[in-house]
Design a protein around this ligand. Structure first.
Ligand code: AHM
Ligand code: MG
Length: 330
């Protein structure tokens, strides 16, 4: 039998390779791993809510049953509060960031989308948690908004947990992207996808094509190109699941601006930056159509951006169509 490497072991081993590491980031990553195991347990029970009681109502025992996305949000916040390694969080589900008081001066802040793919939550389709970790910039006793409004390139670590046919955690600290599958019989994430490398190109494009008429001309031209090529289309509607497939099989995932959402739909800080760090770490590219996602300086917590990410040749191809259409129309 091959040696099983658990997530905790992998994090500790990676820390040993960095002589100046203090262990704080490792500890934070392990706490996120623990929180995600609890979320995974709750997601796996989701179909039972009709038996146990519907969300936002009382169950048969008279307990309140929370909506799954709010439950995931609360679980992550409480794990990060207890961690002691995090001085502030920002969540897609919260209006603003929350400073956390710790016994020591913690140097990290965490941003997360607790349960991405909201339209898939009630229908047993893959959903996920996405997280980004940054070093704080401020020296005040409490973290400030500027700690959260950093370019994605400053992320100390990023990852996601996919609640799919199995639960997987994929993370990077900037030195390789590694994937772990939860073995429910032992309750451990086990290294199953070491050193993930995205294929240079593939034939899968992933976009909500129903919005075709609402997309800008460049995105439309690129979709026309995909349809006229030997490509196939896959779209789950959970970014985390679509990006996971893209990392493993290659392809391009994109969500352009639309007429009703001129800045795009997806959130820069909670969704696009962490997934961009993973995609780039695996050898791929992530762009807003013109510029690198990780170089965008955010001005607000819930900022949105158009996004094109995946196999490098395919992102280059999409950018070329966008450039060309800009030169025709401007
Ligand atoms: P959410 O944070 O409310 O779940 O919204 C984000 C999701 C992404 O996971 C997914 O890529 C996208 O919204 C799907 O949007 P659409 O239904 O417009 O195709
Ligand atoms: Mg989301």
């Amino acid at each position: 039998m091959n040696k099983i490497i658990s997530l905790d072991e992998h994090i500790i081993q990676s820390q040993r390779n960095l002589p100046y590491a203090t262990g704080e980031l490792s500890s934070l990553l392990r706490d996120i791993g623990l929180a995600s195991k609890i979320v995974s347990r709750e997601v796996n029970k989701a179909g039972l809510v009709d038996i146990a009681g519907r969300a936002d109502t009382e169950n048969t025992s008279g307990d309140d049953v929370q909506k799954l996305d709010m439950l995931a949000n609360d679980l992550l916040i409480s794990c990060l509060k207890n961690s002691g390694e995090c001085c502030g969080i920002a969540s897609e589900e919260e209006d603003t960031f929350k400073p956390i008081k710790t016994h020591k001066q913690s140097k990290y802040i965490v941003l997360f989308d607790p349960l991405d793919g909201s339209s898939n939550i009630d229908v047993n389709v893959s959903i996920g948690t996405i997280f980004a970790i940054y070093r704080r910039q401020s020296y005040d006793s409490q973290c400030t908004i500027d700690d959260f409004l950093q370019k994605g390139v400053k992320q100390a670590a990023a990852g996601y947990v996919l609640y799919g046919s199995s639960t997987m955690l994929v993370y990077t600290t900037g030195r390789g992207v590694n994937g772990f599958t939860l073995d429910p019989s032992i309750g451990e994430f086990c290294l199953s996808h070491p050193n993930i490398k995205i294929p240079q190109k593939s034939n899968i494009y992933s976009v909500n094509q129903a919005n075709y008429k609402k997309y800008p001309s460049g995105a439309q031209a690129y979709i026309d190109h995909c349809m006229n090529s030997d490509y196939t289309q896959r779209y789950i509607g959970s970014m985390v699941a679509d990006v996971h497939r893209t990392l493993i099989k290659g392809g391009i995932f994109f969500y352009p601006a639309t007429k009703s959402k001129p800045k795009g739909k997806l959130r820069l800080l909670y969704e696009c930056n962490p997934l961009a760090m993973l995609v780039e770490g695996a050898g791929g590219k992530a762009s807003d159509g013109k510029n690198r996602i990780l170089d965008i300086l955010p001005t607000e917590l819930h900022q949105r951006t158009p996004v094109f990410l995946g196999s490098p040749d395919m992102v280059d191809e999409a950018e070329a169509f966008i450039r060309e259409s800009l030169s025709v129309y401007s």
